[in-house]
Design a protein around this ligand. Structure first.
Ligand code: FE
Ligand code: FE
Length: 280
């Protein structure tokens, strides 16, 4: 199944973020987005214009109740793998390959099993694309809706086209929120992070849930924005989100991991933490 939107594939967004935060980048290159692929620019234009607060609340009503289907976690990984990119299928790594690479890098560094499992599963929410959601509603740097947009958000200027930017109630620093209310009360832009968070919530430890829910919240975990919405717990847990981020961005390699060899190990982890059928 092909994904709808201006990106050639979902990895194009990941690659853009990886490039943006590449270690040792020269300061003059830091906010120079002039060489960004037109598809990526158009993707952000759509994302920033269309992720309104009303849209986010609507998608939560539609998906966060997890009434769509039931399947095993491995079935979900296989299902996600049916997302195919336009590029050459022989050289391209599949979604499972990318996720296994992240999990294996985490395992090599001696992190706990639930952390490894998080590496494997953190992007399962991208199955939203298979439900027919467009790219701008599945991936992209996430940001709070219902309050002022931080200028730390990439392509901040595209928010001019978002109807919420004309709503004075939403354009104060706190908007509809209270200072220090905690991120759990904040409605971030909708996408694969939030969706899989709801699926995994009953089963994984708290640091894993933070990694899953906020891994695309770059304005906060990389830029330090929106601290005034966080509580003490969020600040502490964001250390885990930051620990996870390099595995998400930089564990990709061209060597294809052997799914048959690795499946028994990860299937064991899935069985340790999840029941055989999970609500989606
Ligand atoms: Fe992701
Ligand atoms: Fe990822």
């Amino acid at each position: 199944m092909q994904v709808q939107g201006p990106l050639q594939n979902l990895e194009q967004w990941d690659d853009f973020v990886g490039e943006r935060y590449k270690p040792n980048k020269k300061t003059e290159e830091f906010r120079d987005y002039s060489k960004t692929t037109p598809g990526v620019v158009e993707f952000y234009r759509q994302n920033h214009a269309r992720q309104t607060r009303a849209f986010v609340l609507d998608k939560k009503r539609q998906y966060a109740g997890l009434t769509r289907t039931r399947m095993s976690i491995w079935e979900a990984l296989d299902y996600l793998n049916t997302l195919v990119d336009e590029s050459d299928p022989d050289t391209d790594l599949s979604q499972i390959d990318h996720n296994l690479q992240a999990a294996e890098a985490i395992r090599r560094d001696g992190h706990p099993d639930w952390f490894q499992l998080t590496g494997l599963l953190h992007d399962i929410g991208k199955v939203l694309c298979l439900y027919g959601e467009e790219q701008w509603a599945v991936v992209g740097d996430t940001f709070p809706t219902g309050c002022a947009y931080s200028d730390k958000i990439v392509f901040h200027e595209f928010f001019d086209a978002n109807p919420d930017s004309k709503n004075p109630e939403y354009q104060t620093q706190l908007g509809v929120y209270e200072k220090g209310c905690g991120l759990d009360k904040v409605d971030l832009s909708w996408g694969h992070d939030e969706y899989f968070y709801h699926i995994a919530k009953p089963y994984l430890p708290e640091p894993a849930l933070y990694m899953i829910r906020y891994h695309s919240f770059y304005p906060a975990h990389r830029e330090g924005a929106y601290d005034y919405l966080m509580n003490v717990r969020d600040r502490k847990m964001f250390d885990w989100v930051r620990t996870f981020n390099p595995y998400d961005l930089y564990s990709k390699s061209d060597s294809k991991p052997s799914v048959t060899e690795l499946k028994p190990y990860y299937q064991g982890l899935i069985e340790k933490y999840f029941p055989s059928q999970v609500d989606f």
